[in-house]
Design a protein around this ligand. Sequence first.
Ligand code: PLP
Length: 464
Amino acid sequence: MTTKTRSGAASSGHDAKSPDEYAQVPMIKTALPGPRAQAAIALDEKYVSPSYTRGYPFVMHRGRGLAAEDVDGNVFLDFTAGIAVNATGYCHPEVVKAIKEGAEHFQHMSGTDFYYREQSELARTLAEHTFGGVERRVFFSNSGTEANECALKLARWYTKRQYVLSFRGSFHGRTYGSMSIGCSKAIHRNHFAPLPAGVVHGNYPYAYRADPHLKTPEAVADDCLAYIENIVFKKEILPEEVAGIIVEPVQGEGGYVVPPANWLSGLRRICDKHGILLIFDEVQSGMGRTGKFFAHEHWGVIGDIVTVAKGIASGLPLGAVIARREVMSWPPGSHASTFGGNPIACRAAQVTIRLLDEGLTENARVVGAYFKQRLEDLARKHDVIGDVRGLGLMVATEIVKSKATRERAPELRNRLELEAFKLGLLILGCGENTIRFCPPLVVTRGEVDRCIELYDAALQNAVK
Ligand code: PLP
């Protein structure tokens, strides 16, 4: 039975057993959703904004590593990591220690008006970790969308130009500036106009969905690059008016689309030619997830501005904008945030980055490659897996009616999420018809094997 604590918050009443004792993951012992989950969902439906996109009724209680226990004591294997956020898994002891220590020092001091070392030390760490060997400065926010707002302001401020180019299929956040550059789902913009002006869109090289006359992925990227030069810059807006090109090195919400090898270097060439800043949105693809600290390192291309959030602080809200020192030279008062760069979040980020350096980024590379290969094996068995793609632990399967037609199967994708949930596996969709896997970077081969078994079973149940 749910009991009330003094604060009025619900406690599930089954805390006696420590989560470190999870004998088996997953372990489903009630019908789903269980009684406490049903009560929590009823409360949520009464009081919480219905704008969120819950695909299935999982109600989190607590977790360890990849084990996510719901309020009824069911234990799930979590391959979502809270949308690519819990880089070090649930409750990594070193992250918990850093958070506790930070809370005992101070919870907040506005970095807008005062100094604290947690912020400046993390700025140094991020600057030194950013690819390119150039001097960098860092601005701290609370989230990915705020990081992108900062990047947009900075690019426009530095270049004194008005326009920004972004890509169809991209997602950069929900605030007005980020919404203006995002272009992945019409619902994100529905009835929210007018959006800030000054945005033009290009095409992202999505080889699996490209025109078949473009024979290779590189030809698809060349076509998208030519579109910028020949259509956007000739028919819509002169390049001299473009402040920045913002791009996800691997497109996230748009469907975990990994671009061909010539894509980012082609964008860099266009930017250099026209004096445009190249902005990498690494909010989802960064922080070790793809097997490198930042995904753009896979292609050896240097960004002028890099935005980051999600995995940076193992679940604490934090975002950052890392820019070439010369670019981030705006005067006092031009940009700030009360909460951005919270000291406890900064401590959690320092530990997270140390853990990445000590092996988690490498784990993402090695276990991610193994995972992708296991998914490719599974794709040979299931005709509805049209494409397997990804880098490191940012991997996905595109769900289609059949390999031959490549026709999108969004209903089947949604059923698949639900069937996986029933078996104790947490996964998430992205794009129109894709299932993404973005587990914590602590994931083991054994956990990947278990995920594959469950996904295989879920596929069988979903296609019935
Ligand atoms: N940029 C990318 C690439 C993202 O994937 C997301 C979130 O999914 C965002 C920005 C927005 O981040 P937030 O939800 O923290 O505002």
